[in-house]
Design a protein around this ligand. Structure first.
Ligand code: GMT
Length: 377
């Protein structure tokens, strides 16, 4: 396909959507496209120099006459400038609001015929879509885009139910960079963390928000730990972390629950783990599950959102209802007691990432969309 000039906007510091947008930008650059990140700060995963990746910072001045700093207007204005200065073929924005709305405004300001692709990641729909003050803006952002994608079928359906857009929505699943997420030997690190040979390791990674149900993970661990020598690694930081630490302290197994805080090298940490837990009440996809699976760690997740599109129950993990810590613990104990089954789940996890969420497969799906919407020269 022809090489395109693509503007990408995301929240550069926010979890999965920022990770996906940045990884996609890097992969597209490696395939010869010219990438222009138009974001409020340097995306945190952009940790290497690429000759064809450019960063256009959106600066927002906080004038005392304004009650709120005008981020959305500053972004739209910057988008318009970059569209014109760099002769962009399209904008790919992550989140309907504010980014799709800003893209529509930016295109209008530029007076140029660029395409707009919007990817929905979940929080913009499942949380904000319920806020009647914002549904009109979300619908506007979606309808003004040339192509809208959602990261799971579940999110696609939810968006149609909640927002009733006039636009069709395509599912394009998330992917992982296999060069970073692959199975590694975790023995040395296990020793460094004083994890003994007979212990199994459960892991959870999140931003410790209420929707992630971290208390359910600790509760599940306590039930597992009663039956099996094990450790729980809790990775990340956020509003519920303090309460989670108090909860952990009050259990008889406080020393076996390790809070590791925010971590960069997740693939190294997954090398120590046997089973990943994601017990959220809302989850459009569950990128952290996919990252763990690529490292050979099967998952137990809840029956909501896109999780059942990632975990195939009984093959590469298990699905439980939200809050059902008994079922989660039963499945974990069953797997921990049956090394052969755990090994077959590990292999199935790696296989399903390769078959269904391979980076080249997903990047090619985006390229086919770009080809349809890119400016016609
Ligand atoms: O889960 C979060 O709190 C972060 C959020 C985000 O906006 O970055 O993640 C969303 O996008 C990820 C990437 O597509 C998905 O893997 C997450 O499931 C989704 N989170 C929710 O739907 C709650």
């Amino acid at each position: 396909m022809r090489k395109l000039k693509i503007g990408i906007t995301c929240y550069p510091t926010v979890g999965g959507s920022g990770v996906m947008a940045t990884e996609l930008g890097k992969m597209l650059a490696e395939r010869g496209h010219e990438i222009h990140f138009i974001t409020s700060s340097m995306p945190f995963r952009l940790n290497k120099v690429y000759p064809n990746i450019f960063f256009h910072e959106v600066e927002v001045n906080n004038y005392s006459v304004f009650q709120y700093p005008p981020y959305d207007i500053a972004l739209a204005s910057r988008m318009a400038d970059v569209i014109r200065d760099e002769h962009l073929d399209l904008l790919h924005v992550h989140y309907a609001i504010p980014h799709a709305v800003c893209a529509a405004l930016g295109r209008d300001m530029s007076g140029e015929d660029v395409g707009i692709v919007t990817t929905l990641h979940g929080t913009d729909i499942t949380v904000l879509g319920d806020d009647s003050l914002l549904t009109t803006a979300i619908k506007y952002g979606i309808d003004k885009s040339d192509v809208v994608t959602a990261v799971s079928n579940s999110l696609r359906e939810q968006t149609i139910d909640l927002i009733h857009p006039n636009k069709d929505i395509e599912t394009v699943h998330n992917f992982v960079d296999e060069r970073e997420y692959y199975p590694r030997d975790g023995q040395a690190l296990r020793q460094a963390f004083s994890i003994t040979e007979d212990e199994k390791v459960m892991v959870h990674v999140s931003n410790f928000r209420k929707v992630k149900h971290v208390p359910d993970i600790i509760e599940t661990f306590v039930k597992v730990r009663k039956a099996i020598p094990s450790k729980l690694l809790l990775i990340g930081d956020g509003p519920d972390k303090h309460d989670a630490m108090q909860q952990a302290k009050a259990t008889p197994y406080a020393d076996d629950i390790l809070f590791l805080g925010k971590q960069e090298n997740l693939a190294e940490l997954y090398a120590m783990a046997d089973l990943k837990f994601l017990m959220s009440e809302k989850e459009a996809f569950g990128l952290v599950l996919l990252e763990a699976m690529a490292c050979g760690v099967p998952g137990i997740g809840t029956n909501i959102g896109g999780i059942p599109e990632v975990i195939i129950a009984g093959e590469n993990g298990y699905i439980v209802e939200v809050g059902d810590t008994d079922a989660a613990a039963t499945y974990a104990i069953e797997l921990f007691k049956d090394e052969e089954k755990l090994q077959s789940f590990r292999e199935a996890a790696i296989r399903s990432v390769k078959q269904r969420f391979r980076s080249t497969k997903i990047v090619e799906e985006y390229e086919a969309i770009y080809e349809k919407v890119a400016r016609k020269k």
